[in-house]
Design a protein around this ligand. Structure first.
Ligand code: RB5
Length: 147
C-alpha cells in the first residue's frame, strides 16, 4: 500500500519509527516532513498529506504531532478527508470499518512506539464495510458541501 506520512517538529523520531516499520512490511511510504526539530506549524503537513490522499496519490495517510489533535483538526478541514485521532488500536480499526477514515492521526507525546505500531497495523489492515455505514458517510459529505 502507498501511505502518505507527515508530522510536526515534536514527532520526527516517531514518524521515522513508523516509516521504517511500514517499509519493513513492504509498504511504500511517502514522507512529507518535517524531518527537522526546528519549530514548525502542523497544518502545513496536514495539507500535504491530505492532498496526497484526496488526489489518490496515496491510499491512506498518517499524521503525527504532539497529541494528534491539531494535525487531525487541520486535516479534517480539507474536503474528502475523514481523519481520526487515536490513542488505541480499537478505534483505529473501527474508524476504517465504519467511518471509512482515510487519515490516521496520533500523538507522539501520547503513545509509545509499540502502541503506535498496533494502532497503525489496525488502521491499514481494516477495510471499510460500506452497507449501513454509507448513508452516514454521505451525510458527512453533504455537511462538507454545505448542504
Ligand atoms: C506543538 O507544540 C504541539 O502543539 C503540537 O505538536 C500538537 O500537539 C498540537 O495539537
Amino acid at each position: 500500500m502507498k501511505i502518505a506520512i507527515g508530522n510536526d517538529h515534536v514527532a520526527v523520531a516517531m514518524k521515522e519509527h513508523v516509516k521504517v516499520y511500514l517499509e519493513a512490511k513492504g509498504h511504500k511510504v511517502i514522507n512529507f516532513g518535517t524531518d527537522s526539530a526546528d519549530r514548525t506549524d502542523y497544518p502545513i503537513y496536514s495539507k500535504l498529506v491530505a492532498d496526497s490522499v484526496v488526489s489518490g496519490e496515496c491510499q491512506l495517510g498518517i499524521l503525527i504531532c504532539g497529541t494528534g489533535v491539531g494535525i487531525s483538526i487541520a486535516a479534517n478541514k480539507i474536503k474528502g478527508v475523514r481523519a481520526v485521532v487515536c490513542s488505541e488500536p480499537y478505534s483505529a480499526k473501527l474508524s476504517r470499518q465504519h467511518n471509512n477514515t482515510n487519515i490516521l492521526a496520533f500523538g507522539a507525546r501520547v503513545v509509545g512506539t509499540a502502541t503506535a505500531e498496533m494502532i497503525v497495523d489496525e488502521f491499514i489492515s481494516a477495510e471499510y464495510e460500506g452497507g449501513r455505514h454509507q448513508r452516514r458517510i454521505d451525510m458527512i459529505s453533504a455537511l462538507e458541501s454545505g448542504e
